[in-house]
Ligand binder design. Structure first.
Ligand SMILES: [Zn+2]
Ligand SMILES: [Zn+2]
Length: 264
């Protein structure tokens, strides 16, 4: 199994729009460090039977092109915030490549919100062409197992304060973006995880996102071997983080690939 980390940025990306010269506000991040340039958070999971795209944010098109991902076979939505869904219109190209509506997994609340904003993607397919995205929806609840692309993905609930999001566990790997609290079922789902790609927006506490000290507390409790931070904002400079993070914790980088052996 290969995980391609399409993006590691928070909802605005790094840099954010603006800046004194109009080329972006980098916060404390060094603009000369290419690993500080972060697009919106999403991943592709490549299993024995194809590829699962997790979230379709506004940078989806350029991310798939940059990472050389030729085809997607299914989509999982973690939640319906704009930075995770507003690239959805380009899914029509993924439909054309696959030649069929794409299975899309999400909770009832998530799918309802996406449908409210992208109703045209939920209408039945009228073959033969794909002039709009066409999703074949699969409503799931946190705790359910998703089977797609030859992969078995356990889902778990994450508290994002304003909404709940889905975490994903696939064998030795887990993906947790957009969360500020985990319940005991979440910790149980993460038990024994080897590599955890986890949202960590900034250093100071935040209402809706885990901050650095909280993520470090979680990974210590879970005994995670490798923790990779994602969904990072403009106060998460790559080099500065490298100097303070404990061994086994690293900032993610757009385009990085994590590879695992699955014993299934
Ligand atoms: Zn987000
Ligand atoms: Zn969110």
């Amino acid at each position: 199994m290969h995980i391609t980390v399409l993006g590691t940025g928070g909802s605005t990306g790094v840099p954010t729009l603006g800046g004194a010269d109009g080329h972006g506000d980098w916060g404390v991040c060094d603009p000369a460090e290419p690993r500080n340039r972060r697009s919106r958070s999403a991943i592709v999971i490549e299993g024995p039977g194809g590829r699962v795209l997790v979230d379709t944010g506004p940078d989806m098109r350029t991310q798939l092109l940059a990472c050389g991902i030729p085809r997607i076979d299914a989509i999982v939505f973690t939640h319906a915030h704009a930075d995770h869904i507003t690239g959805l219109d380009d899914v029509r190209l993924l439909n054309r490549i696959a030649g069929r509506p794409l299975p899309a997994f999400g909770t009832k609340a998530t799918l309802a919100e996406i449908r409210r904003r992208f109703d045209y993607a939920f209408r039945p397919w009228e073959p033969p062409g794909f002039y709009r995205p066409v999703l074949e929806t699969h409503e799931i609840a946190a705790g359910d197992v998703i089977k797609a692309a030859g992969l078995t993905m356990r889902t778990f609930d994450q508290d994002h304060h304003v909404v709940h999001t889905l975490g994903l566990r696939i064998g030795p790997f887990a993906y947790s973006t957009d969360l500020v609290r985990l319940d005991e079922a979440g910790f149980a789902a993460l038990a024994g995880v080897d590599t955890w790609l986890v949202g960590c927006f900034q250093r100071a506490p935040h209402l809706t996102h885990a901050h650095l000290a909280l993520v470090l507390e979680w990974r210590a409790r879970l005994g995670v071997r490798r923790t990779v931070l994602t969904h990072m904002g403009i106060d998460m400079d790559f080099a500065a983080l490298g100097a303070v993070l404990p061994a086994g914790v690293e900032p993610g980088v757009d385009g990085m690939v994590l590879t695992f052996c699955l014993k299934e």
